[in-house]
Design a protein around this ligand. Structure first.
Ligand SMILES: [Zn+2]
Length: 316
């Protein structure tokens, strides 16, 4: 495959995998997870955006939300914000989007999603969703996966029991039916990484060990058609929105800096926590300050703008 903007998709992938985490989270894995997921192929953002662009008026289900009482009683910033940005872009492309969240998050996510200013995004309760719906495409953004033993774990290996048990099966069933499924994650324990389980185990090494004694570790067992590793899952989702903007040559599909800043501020006010600091007064994502997140979003927007810009030929 070739594409006139291939260099720009490459830049999107590179920017989405720049690590800035603080020292209380694992570091140094993302570039290797990315390399394993990409293999010898074209940039991942390019491949995934093209797969999505082949769809016409599809029903897309985006799953997000991490709840870990008592530390993350409502939601983590990472996942929901990128999901709204991605849902907005897919809606502008004519798709119907179900934003599928944990039961306790429905009300807050409905209010946040309204800030995106588009019609066509339905925020729905994950409880019971899997039984009653079959989307054409499913996307997971920072959605914790079951491991080989069926247990979900935090990135540091603690057991998580609070999440909807049906989510993994939903992705597995869709994948088995040949549907397009996408998993965006940043640690190896999220839905999608099951497609490269052995690579993730090798890359994480000791960090793959869990603290709950289930013996199989934190590595995700649930696979998707595409796994997209990013430095922060939301950043991967912003990158994918930028890739859709490039494929369709529609700049407005990118996340704007205003939208992302507004969403993160509003989410923080609603009780969503930064997963890096767990500090309600820290506004940012995975321990990275909001001003830095906004800078990433600005550069993603600029990558698309520069690629699509008409410029006069240089005369020399
Ligand atoms: Zn365990």
């Amino acid at each position: 495959m070739t594409h006139e903007h291939l260099h720009a998709f490459e830049s999107i992938d590179r920017l989405s995998t720049v690590e800035l985490r603080p020292g209380n989270l694992p570091r140094g894995h993302v570039p290797h997870l990315y390399a394993a997921a990409r293999g010898d192929g074209e940039p991942l953002a390019y491949r995934i955006a093209f797969a999505l662009s082949a769809l016409e008026q599809a029903r897309v289900a985006i799953f997000t939300g991490v709840v870990i009482p008592p530390f993350l009683p409502l939601a983590e910033i990472d996942g929901p914000i990128g999901s709204i940005v991605l849902a907005r872009a897919l809606t502008l492309l004519g798709h119907d989007v179900d934003l599928v969240v944990e039961s306790c998050e429905v009300e807050a996510m409905t209010q946040l999603t309204a800030l995106a200013g588009v019609d066509g995004i339905a925020v729905v309760d994950g409880d019971g969703y899997a039984a009653g719906s079959a989307a054409d495409v499913a996307i997971a953004v920072e959605k914790i996966s079951a491991s080989a033993s069926g247990v979900r774990h935090s990135v540091l290996g603690t057991r998580i029991d609070a999440l909807d048990p049906a989510t993994d099966g939903y992705f597995t069933d869709l994948l088995a039916r040949g549907a397009l499924t996408i998993g965006i994650g940043d640690a190896g324990n999220e839905i999608g990484f099951g497609a490269l389980q052995e690579d993730v185990e090798r890359i994480l090494g000791e960090a793959a060990t869990c603290r709950c004694g289930c013996a199989t570790g934190i590595v995700a067992a649930t696979a998707t058609s595409f796994a997209l590793p990013a430095a922060i899952s939301n950043l991967g989702a912003y990158g994918l929105a930028a890739a859709l903007a490039l494929v369709h040559e529609r700049q407005e599909l990118c996340a704007s800096t205003d939208l992302v800043a507004t969403l993160i501020e509003a989410a923080s006010d609603a009780g969503f926590l930064d997963g890096g600091t767990l500090d309600p007064d820290f506004h940012g994502d995975d321990g990275v300050p909001l001003e830095t997140i906004v800078a990433f979003v600005h550069i993603l927007d600029a990558i698309v703008a520069q690629a699509l810009r008409d410029v006069a030929a240089r005369p020399f």
